[in-house]
Design a binder for this molecule. Structure first.
Ligand SMILES: [Zn+2]
Length: 536
């Protein structure tokens, strides 16, 4: 019969408590020198050893046979406490007993000295749950406690303990236990239990436990009992703990890296549909990118990359298809997203925007404007125009750009559309346009919100090798056509060409409706309906 590690190996001596060396030393010294306090506050995140240490301390102060500050574990008192039968050690959970009556009862009990043993130890877990009235009832006892009474308050939220109580306690802050210490402890126990566990599994479990020894041991328990008698590998641990298999990150990375916006967004959709937390997914993906980055910088150094051999093969492949600059750009975008997600009500939209930024570098305004400026200067040089040297009148503008005002107050650098400087694309064939229409979502995703809303309502159509975009009404037609000084149409054109990979000849038109403006080109006039292949 397999017995849970966490119960079986509850520390019986102070040295078995890991990761809290300073606290352990102080408490042990108090016991050795018999300078024991009457009120302790143990604070820190869950599973860091607060109640374990509280019980150990309760044992140590009562043990008949103390050895170098450690309880013997063999005397009657030690045995009783270990079995939970001691009248001198009272454990209570404030989460369920937080009322003033419980505390009054304790206060009353406290006046009777212990019939056996030296100290009555009250261990109050989740102490922040005690009501303020109940805290008040406790205050007097904490101020003048009988010499034989020790209170140990344990809490994960010290900020919720009243200051009047705090000021009467010796406070100990329990830190998160490092991954190394957790792995070390797991190894010791596995050796005693003769469990066969691979390094990768240890590291993975310790990472999941996030600083909590209790969590680490119960996770290890789960894995070991699932694969009892077998070697516990990294892959098996992943399976048991239902952790995200890195395969999904590999897939996501490949979509992003090949600028397949649609597939990348689809994957995010799946992640949401599976009920996964986006924030967790993104931070795990950052870690995945970090591994690719390390490999792409230094392919032979795998020491800092903690994955299964199979995952390593994939990572290597991926690192080979990219370069560090690009990965760093991905990490930057994902880290920004990760920070914003914490407070964002609509995590999904933010995530989708970031995915588009990942897939389409040109949608990043800063880079776009910069490359436009650079390209424009190149064009000027090519055509023999020497750009004016920066001067007071023609220098960097407020925004750090190269535009400047001329004497007549006009901007010397006019807007140069991306189309003017982009290399000439091949003209799109009818098949290309059909394909483009089937990927219309990619076009939508590449547009800024306002234009996207207008284009979403419009209908793409093809006739005689030309793309027609039929706006829903005059208003939307005008918005697309003239919005932002004509830039919206230009942006639409660029996005369409980008998605298609070719120069697409398109006509923007409008459906005839009630609000039809007779000055606008009429869809019906441009093409004959029987030739139109419409796409819904
Ligand atoms: Zn003992």
């Amino acid at each position: 019969m397999y017995q849970a590690l966490y119960r079986k190996f509850r520390p019986q001596r102070f040295e078995d408590v890991r990761g809290q060396d300073a606290i352990v030393t102080t408490l042990k010294n108090q016991i050795k020198s018999e300078r024991i306090g009457h009120a302790y506050l143990f604070c820190g995140t869950r599973g860091t050893g607060k109640t374990t240490l509280a019980k150990l301390f309760a044992k140590a102060v009562n043990c008949e046979n103390i050895r170098e500050g450690d309880p013997c574990g063999e005397c009657e008192t030690c045995k009783q406490i270990a079995a939970g039968n001691s009248v001198n050690v009272i454990e209570m959970d404030a989460a369920s007993n937080n009322g003033v009556d419980t505390i009054r009862q304790i206060v009353e009990e406290v006046s009777y000295s212990p019939s056996t043993g030296k100290y009555k130890v009250y261990i109050i877990d989740e102490a922040h749950m005690i009501s303020s009235q109940a805290f008040n009832a406790l205050l007097k006892t904490l101020e003048e406690p009988p010499s034989y009474v020790i209170f140990i308050l344990a809490t994960t939220e010290a900020n919720r303990i009243p200051i009047t109580i705090l000021s009467r306690c010796q406070r100990y802050d329990f830190r998160r236990i490092s991954q190394r210490e957790i792995v070390g402890r797991m190894r010791e126990l596995a050796e005693i239990e003769k469990l066969d566990i691979e390094d990768g599994a240890y590291d993975f479990i310790a990472k999941c436990a996030d600083g909590s020894m209790r969590d680490a041991l119960s996770l290890l328990d789960e894995c070991v009992s699932f694969y009892f008698g077998e070697t516990l590998t990294y892959e098996k641990a992943l399976k048991v703990l239902g952790a995200v298999d890195t395969g999904v990150f590999s897939e996501f990375f490949r979509h992003v890296n090949s600028s397949d916006t649609f597939a990348a967004l689809k994957l995010i959709d799946d992640v949401v549909m599976e009920g996964r937390e986006l924030g967790v997914f993104i931070s795990d993906f950052i870690w995945y990118l970090r591994n690719i980055l390390l490999l792409s910088v230094s392919p032979e150094d795998t020491e800092m990359i903690d994955v299964s051999p199979e995952a390593m093969v994939r990572l290597r492949e991926e690192a080979g298809t990219t370069d560090p600059d690009r990965i760093m750009r991905y990490i930057r975008i994902m880290s920004e997203l990760s920070q914003r997600l914490r407070f964002a009500p609509d995590k999904r939209v933010l995530t989708e925007i970031a995915v588009i930024r990942l897939c389409k570098p040109h949608t990043e305004a800063d880079i776009l404007s910069l490359s436009q400026r650079v390209a424009m200067l190149e064009k000027q040089l090519e055509s023999g125009v020497v750009p004016a040297a920066p001067s007071a009148a023609m220098g960097t503008d407020k925004n750090g750009g190269l535009a400047g005002k001329t004497s007549d107050g006009k901007f010397a650098v006019k807007h140069v559309s991306a189309r003017e400087w982009k290399e000439k694309l091949e003209p799109a064939l009818p098949e290309d346009i059909k394909k483009l229409i089937s990927r219309w979502n990619d076009v939508l995703n590449g547009l800024e919100p306002l234009v996207r809303a207008a284009i979403r309502m419009a209908r793409p159509s093809i006739n005689k090798g030309r793309l027609y975009i039929i706006a829903e009404d005059n208003e939307k037609y005008k918005l697309i056509k003239d919005g932002n000084g004509g830039e919206y149409e230009e942006a639409l054109r660029n996005t369409i060409n980008e998605v298609c990979g070719k120069e697409v000849d398109f006509v923007l038109t409008v459906e005839q409706g009630e609000s039809y403006d007779t000055n606008l080109p009429k869809f019906e006039d441009i093409i004959k309906f029987d030739n139109v292949e419409t796409i819904d």
